[in-house]
Design a protein around this ligand. Structure first.
Ligand code: EPZ
Length: 422
């Protein structure tokens, strides 16, 4: 297992062009199963989760063509295998997103239950409840979901009990081929839901209201080929902004959309950094003055993303004053806290979902261990600030969602190297 070696204390300065959004790419790849035409996707990030999703599509019988450095074309006209196996789903829970499309297109599918993960139990009850409302029969047996609909799925009015990104996406895809109209309420409004809807519309789906509390889908007999360009990964952008802020550097991020990060940019200003934006760039400077400890409460979009909670917690560890970080989306998303304490942070849990932090003036390099994707990025931030050498182990977690992170950090002046396990 590879690790990262980082000598901290160097301010990050320079320009970053972010990669495509992992969390938009994954549902879009699942959506290719809805049509027998080709779907061309550009700006696809080369990260482990995307590789795993492509592997799953290949297992199902899809034909995948790589176009240039960041494009893929997927044709699922010859899909024949309707089973998403445990061996793949357990490694990448977003595989569960093939359930809706395969059910809607073929009327039958078996998908392994994803199981829990480091950050929480992450049930899929809302996905299943909504698909039943569309007329599917759902059985659970030996860890697999078997979904069937002997006739075409039927449009329905559905209200989610919990705001769920994946649930919204799975059901939006299934409803695209249902008979009649489906209205989804209490849906996720994340940009990745809007990006999926845009790609579905390019394939002939009739979807409106994405990005609001209510999405309306008028089902079609079939969808055709389509295509889209994946937008910048807003979580990668937020992660690098936090790294520049923590190291008292200055960064300019190009080809991104500041609008989808409104709440996040306001939060960086509350920390005392200077933010400037235009329609496709964000500049952050933290070269002057101290960082001010800032209370963080995560929430569904447009609130502070749970996927940036660990990064903001790391920033609070080296900001002046006391702060509280409240995680409202997942029940166990503070695995990074104890690892940051190993770097000298003064932080503890008041409850499973509330962390209290007292900022310190110095962190000291140490060996730490990554436990999940976004926790790993908070350890990178801590190591970039810490005096001396740190080593972050199990960075396969990082590689799931950050493409060539060490190269991007080196371009910003960081002293970081990847140590390949032999
Ligand atoms: C997506 O996961 C993202 N993953 C996650 O990013 C992100 O943290 C999460 O949305 C929240 O924004 C992808 O897009 C691939 P949810 P998802 O369903 O869809 C509960 C990363 O780091 N829930 O919105 O699985 C669930 O337990 C990853 O890139 C139910 O109770 O998240 C959680 O508490 C980590 N029943 C809450 O909803 C259900 O049926 C939000 O989960 C579904 C979810």
């Amino acid at each position: 297992m590879d690790s990262l070696r980082i000598r901290g204390g160097i301010p990050l300065n320079g320009e970053l062009c972010p990669g495509g959004s992992k969390n938009a790419t994954l549902p879009i790849l699942a959506a290719t199963l809805l049509s027998s035409g080709s779907v061309d996707i550009r700006n696809v990030p080369r990260v482990r989760d995307v590789t795993l999703m492509l592997e799953l599509l290949d297992t199902l019988g899809a034909e995948i063509e790589v176009n240039g450095s960041d494009g893929v074309s997927v044709n699922t006209s010859r899909v024949h295998n309707l089973v998403a196996p445990y061996e793949l789903v357990r490694r990448m829970r977003a595989s569960f997103l093939v359930l809706g499309p395969l059910l809607a297109r073929f009327g039958q599918v078996e998908v392994s239950l994803p199981g829990g993960c480091a950050i929480g139990s992450r049930p899929v009850d809302q996905h299943l409840k909504a698909l039943r409302k569309l007329g599917a029969s759902i059985d659970l047996d030996q860890g697999y979901v078997t979904a069937r609909s002997k006739d075409r799925l039927q449009g329905a009015d559905i209200e989610f009990d919990v705001v769920t990104v994946g649930g919204t996406q799975n059901v939006m895809m299934a409803a695209s081929l249902a008979q009649g109209t489906t209205r989804l309420r209490n849906v996720a409004m994340e940009p990745e839901v809007v990006e999926l809807a845009e790609c579905l519309r390019s394939m002939g789906a009739h979807i409106s209201g994405d990005g609001t509390e209510c999405i309306t889908i008028v089902g079609q007999e079939q969808l055709h080929g389509g295509g889209c360009k994946v937008r910048a990964d807003r979580i990668e952008v937020g992660t690098f902004l936090a790294a520049a802020a923590a190291t008292h550097g200055s960064i300019r991020i190009v080809d991104c959309d500041p609008f989808v990060l409104n709440t996040v940019l306001e939060t960086f200003q509350r920390f005392g950094t200077t933010i400037k934006t235009d329609e496709s760039t964000i500049e952050l400077s933290a070269q002057h003055g101290e960082l001010r400890a800032t209370d963080i409460v995560t929430g569904v979009y447009p609130g502070i993303p749970t996927d940036l909670q660990a990064q903001f917690l790391a920033l609070n560890c080296v900001s002046r004053g006391n702060s509280r970080v409240v995680e409202t989306v997942f029940e166990n998303r503070f695995m990074h806290l104890q690892e940051l304490v190993r770097l000298g942070a003064n932080a503890s849990l008041e409850s499973p979902t509330i962390a209290v932090i007292q900022g310190v003036s110095k962190l000291r390099g140490a060996k730490v261990m990554a436990t999940d994707l976004r926790a790993s990025s908070s350890l990178v931030i801590g190591a970039l600030v810490a005096d001396g050498m740190s080593q972050i182990n199990r960075i396969y977690h990082l590689d799931r969602g950050y493409e060539r992170i060490e190269e991007k950090l080196q371009l910003l002046g960081a002293d970081v190297e990847r140590v390949r396990a032999n």
